[in-house]
Design a protein around this ligand. Structure first.
Ligand SMILES: C[S@@+](CC[C@H](N)C(=O)[O-])C[C@H]1O[C@@H](n2cnc3c(N)ncnc32)[C@H](O)[C@@H]1O
Length: 307
């Protein structure tokens, strides 16, 4: 499964490796820190609960799961027209290239600039960010934004500049796949912080928890506002310890070391433990040429499991 939200740090490339390490007999699977929801959407479980503390992400995932594909696409097409944005899935690439004299490097940037910033300011002025109108606009913002990312400033305004892509065949296919998948599985989307009591209760009732927290030694976009510190890392470790004591199976992604930095709270926690297992993950394992880069960065990405 590829996520319709092209989430930085999403785990789609790692799913083949993860599946070998996840249990097979899961009733309730929790995708904690779900982001774009790639992991939970790709597993076999009777029920999947997606949890993230980013209300915009949860609202958007929920929103996109509510409609059938054709209805949603029709609304998106109306907006694309309203804002004068390119729509290469329908009209191809050449049309826009001719109109704006784009170079290949800039994709659709030139053509979409005016419309994109109007769309962004309209989204930012909508009061109810969980409304249907706001969520449609947010999905389109992600499609046309820089790196297809999602970033908000402290006042909650979407603040990414324009990117190079548009509503292309790939985005449409991902959206369709997502809608098909969520309609097939039993799933819940919950906005919450892992430290909240109601979230702990959900974890305690689950059969398996996969957690993909912001990396203490990472630099993704969501780290900019999430303030993930050594203290937060320790609070997560405390929660995992509690789950471990309650015999709840879990697996957690993280980076233990990378050039010039190491995750000390996590390394300390793992020291001398034979109930916790460290699986080394090869981030680029499908493309052999990347392995060299990975080694040069000396990054140790791991999956830690307690079963
Ligand atoms: C590494 S990303 C998850 C990527 C995701 N697994 C995917 O495949 O797209 C980490 C996520 O943790 C969320 N997050 C950060 N702090 C959190 C907290 N205290 N409680 C719950 N979620 C949090 C962020 O909003 C972000 O979506």
């Amino acid at each position: 499964m590829k996520t319709p939200l092209n989430y930085t740090g999403n785990k789609s490339r790692l799913m083949d490796q993860f599946k070998n390490h996840f249990p097979k007999d899961v009733n309730v699977f929790v995708d904690l820190f779900c982001g774009g929801a790639t992991v939970g959407l790709s597993v076999d479980a009777k029920k999947v609960i997606f949890i993230d503390n980013n209300i915009n992400v949860i609202n958007l995932l929920k929103h996109l799961s509510k409609y059938n594909f054709d209805t949603l696409l029709l609304r998106l097409e109306t907006l694309v027209e309203k804002y004068g944005l390119s729509y290469s899935a329908k009209h191809g690439y050449k049309k826009y290239k001719k109109l704006s004299g784009e170079t290949d490097n800039n994709g659709f940037k030139e053509y979409n600039t005016l419309g994109y910033y109007k769309l962004r300011s309209d989204y930012n002025s909508v009061k109810d960010k969980s409304s249907k109108e706001a969520c449609d606009l947010l999905y389109l913002l992600v499609v046309y934004a820089f790196n297809n990312d999602m970033r908000f400033n402290r006042s909650g305004e979407f603040n990414l500049p324009i990117g190079k892509t548009d509503l292309n065949k790939n985005n449409i296919e991902k959206l369709k796949q997502y809608i098909d998948r969520v309609k097939k599985i039993d799933c819940d989307f919950i906005c919450g912080d892992f430290r909240e009591e109601n979230i702990k209760k959900i974890l305690m009732d689950a059969d398996f928890i996969y957690a993909d927290p912001p990396y203490l030694i990472g630099n993704a976009v969501y780290n900019e506002t999430s303030n993930w510190t050594e203290q937060t890392e320790q609070e997560l470790i405390d929660l995992l310890e509690l789950l471990n004591k309650s015999k709840k199976r879990f697996a957690v992604s993280n980076v233990l070391d990378k050039v010039g930095a190491s995750n000390k709270p996590l390394s300390d926690w793992l020291f001398n433990r034979n109930d916790l297992h460290i699986v080394d993950i090869d981030y680029h394992y499908r493309g052999a040429s990347y392995n060299k880069i990975n080694r040069a960065a000396r990054e140790r990405e791991v999956l830690i499991k307690n079963f």
